[in-house]
Design a protein around this ligand. Structure first.
Ligand code: ADP
Ligand code: ASP
Ligand code: MG
Length: 436
């Protein structure tokens, strides 16, 4: 069994969706096809939801009406004169009636989650009909019927395994279509795997079914050695280890969802990033094999908050860090980077939701300073392979970039630097020139 996930751009136009049908048909054997919403749709649904949250219902309705018109045009192009066009427009009508109904409701978390789910529900419906219309027999299973979150809003692999196997036992076709992103939470309500979550859907399915491979089809020819949106002359990496890919995804390489490598690594399912626009390109193979090369790639994660706690009580004191960590634990706020000195500890978080309360509690241990709008720059590779010289190259290239924190040695795969967001572009470009 192979898992083939196609992102928003890959299904974002009728022509692209037709090409996806070709790519899926070219594979042999049982395969599960995970689809994102058409590109831009989830952003639009978020915008509708935000208008609802702000009690701006007419504005929400206007955005939904415009989206519906785009979908009609899409369906005309995808199905042409075939009778399927009518059936699929009726399906779109049902979805947009539901969106209207949700806009009318009192806004709450379930209204939000139901709105956000509609993109993948539509894309999979259209694609399934298009495949069957063109003689490629396929069936659909609904993500909300198997993808399950636990009380911590993390995927429950056990429940998901049982549920998906029960559904697959009923399926005859070799090609099975399903929605990325969508999940059900521990209370049975509609939920999702957070933005970009279709990658996570694919690797969770790959892991629970112990698939031979998960393919992430996207709009670029693999994981590049730096962020191609910011840095010039980046190039794709042929191979990465699970650890390296995991660090890059977590620290901002948008091509993969931050957590999607974890289930694949757990069950040693290789992940291949492929380009829908250039299917013969090699792409990136992510596996348990650690290839040579000290520095492989650089990624950057924005919207980081740095917190420094300074206290003379820290000198020679044990238990100080424990107390600090307990504060973050009690607000369920993960820490990304940490550095310490004799009298201070600095750490970073990417979720400032409980920042005020965290600062109030930390203040009992010392003076607290907070820097917003920071960026973690993460340099990934096998640093012990060639441990001489990497550090000096990094610091020489950044000699005029102010560094707020440096973290080295936490794992052999990662050197992290914290810079203020305004210095990110400059730092990424300079590191790129000196390291590659
Ligand atoms: P999809 O819709 O297929 O999920 P995404 O937009 O989520 O696609 O991810 C692909 C995009 O990620 C690329 O177009 C590229 O701009 C961006 N990206 C950021 N960092 C990297 C990187 N290191 N390698 C490749 N792509 C990257
Ligand atoms: N459609 C969702 C998003 O835009 C999930 C995904 O595309 O991976 O975040
Ligand atoms: Mg994505």
């Amino acid at each position: 069994m192979k898992i083939m996930k196609f992102g928003g751009t890959s299904v974002g136009s009728p022509q692209r969706m037709k090409e996806v049908a070709e790519i899926v048909s070219a594979e042999q054997g049982k395969r599960i096809v995970v689809l994102s919403a058409l590109s831009g749709t989830t952003n639009t649904l978020v915008a509708i939801s935000e208008k609802c949250a702000a009690s701006q219902k007419p504005e929400a309705r206007k955005i939904a009406d415009d989206l519906k018109i785009k979908y009609y045009t899409f369906l005309d192009d995808l199905f042409g004169d075939a009778p399927e066009v009518k059936a699929n427009k009726e399906f779109a009508d049902e979805v947009f009636d539901l969106v209207d109904h949700l806009i009318d409701q009192n806004y709450n978390d379930q209204v939000n989650k139901m709105l956000l789910a509609q993109g993948e529900i539509m894309s999979t419906h259209f694609f399934t009909d298009y495949m069957n219309m063109t003689g490629r027999k396929c069936e659909m299973i609904m993500a909300a019927d198997y993808m399950t979150l636990d009380e911590n809003a993390e995927p429950s692999l056990n429940i998901t395994t049982t549920k998906i196997n029960a559904l697959l036992a009923e399926v005859q076709a070799d090609v099975i279509i399903t929605q990325g992103y969508i999940a059900r939470n521990a209370s049975g309500g509609m939920d999702n795997l957070r933005r970009g979550g279709s990658d996570y859907t694919a690797t969770i399915i790959g892991a629970v079914l112990k698939s031979e491979e998960v393919q992430i089809w996207t709009d670029i020819d693999g994981m590049h050695n730096n962020d191609p949106r910011i840095v010039q002359n980046t190039h794709p990496l042929a191979n990465l280890s699970f650890e390296e890919a995991s660090e890059l995804a977590y620290f901002g390489a948008k091509v993969l969802h931050p957590h999607c490598i974890i289930p694949a690594q757990l069950h040693e399912v290789p992940v291949r990033i492929k380009n829908t626009m250039d299917p013969t390109a090699h792409g990136t193979l992510i596996s348990a094999i650690q290839g040579p090369g000290a520095v492989k790639a650089i990624a950057a994660k924005d919207n980081i908050t740095a917190i420094k706690i300074k206290s003379s009580r820290m000198v020679m004191a044990y238990g100080f860090l424990k107390k600090i960590f307990e504060v973050f634990e009690s607000y369920r706020t993960p820490i990304d980077m940490i550095t310490t000195s004799e009298i201070a500890v600095s750490l970073t978080i990417d979720n400032p939701e409980h920042l005020d309360k965290i600062i109030a509690e930390l203040s009992q241990f010392g003076k607290v300073e907070v820097d917003h709008q920071q960026t973690i720059i993460c340099i990934v590779g096998d640093m012990v392979a060639e441990h001489k010289g990497v550090g000096s190259k990094i610091f020489l290239s950044l000699d005029d970039v102010p560094l707020r924190m440096i973290s080295y040695g936490g794992s052999r795969n990662n050197i992290s630097l914290l810079v203020s967001e305004e210095h990110k572009k400059d730092a990424l470009q300079k590191l790129h020139e000196s390291l590659f």
